[in-house]
Design a protein around this ligand. Sequence first.
Ligand SMILES: CC(C)(COP(=O)(O)OP(=O)(O)OC[C@H]1O[C@@H](n2cnc3c(N)ncnc32)[C@H](O)[C@@H]1OP(=O)(O)O)[C@@H](O)C(=O)NCCC(=O)NCCS
Length: 177
Amino acid sequence: MKPPEQIETERLLLRPIALNDAEQIFAQYAADPAAAKYVTFVPHQKIDTVRDFIHTCIDNRKKRIRYASVIVRREDNQLIGTIDVAPEQSKASLGYILGQKYWNQRYMTEAAAALVAWTFLQPEIHRVWAVCDVENVASARVLEKIGMQKEGLLRSWLVHPNLGSEPRDCWCYARVK
Ligand SMILES: CC(C)(COP(=O)(O)OP(=O)(O)OC[C@H]1O[C@@H](n2cnc3c(N)ncnc32)[C@H](O)[C@@H]1OP(=O)(O)O)[C@@H](O)C(=O)NCCC(=O)NCCS
């Protein structure tokens, strides 16, 4: 799958993550325990950890492993979150996070719907899927709203380190062409 470039929606712009996004990512979500509750990283203590993360994203893009984009609100050019898509043969998986003050305004539904639509335009991709912690009601709702079906429970699937060291059960959601 080729890397996504810029994707525009009614309110948002998705564009490849860049090193100078570190300050805004740190300020918007990376240090926030509430935003990190159901994800695989612990809240960052310093901005250098965000820079390391961005370097990894840039490297992953070059290696065609995972494509991370920042989500920018067009009306004020504010970075509000990130979203990524990782291709693997005929499948692609989705991940996302938004700064807490932007929750429940349908931003992630808008961003994810656009990225999934773009991904399905890639001829080799037939399935887009995502997982979320069984307790992450907001994320499950986003996946439902973008037309994914709940396919089942993945038991002991992922460690969410802010909730303990044991792998936790996750819902698997997917859409197919
Ligand atoms: C998950 C997340 C991306 C959702 O983004 P968002 O822009 O707030 O999502 P939307 O506004 O498009 O939709 C959220 C939906 O969840 C619902 N919701 C939110 N919290 C809820 C709760 N505690 N109980 C029930 N429903 C809830 C909202 O009502 C909304 O549904 P509706 O449109 O039917 O009313 C955001 O909460 C986030 O970044 N969380 C932290 C990171 C994270 O968990 N990432 C996903 C890992 S799988």
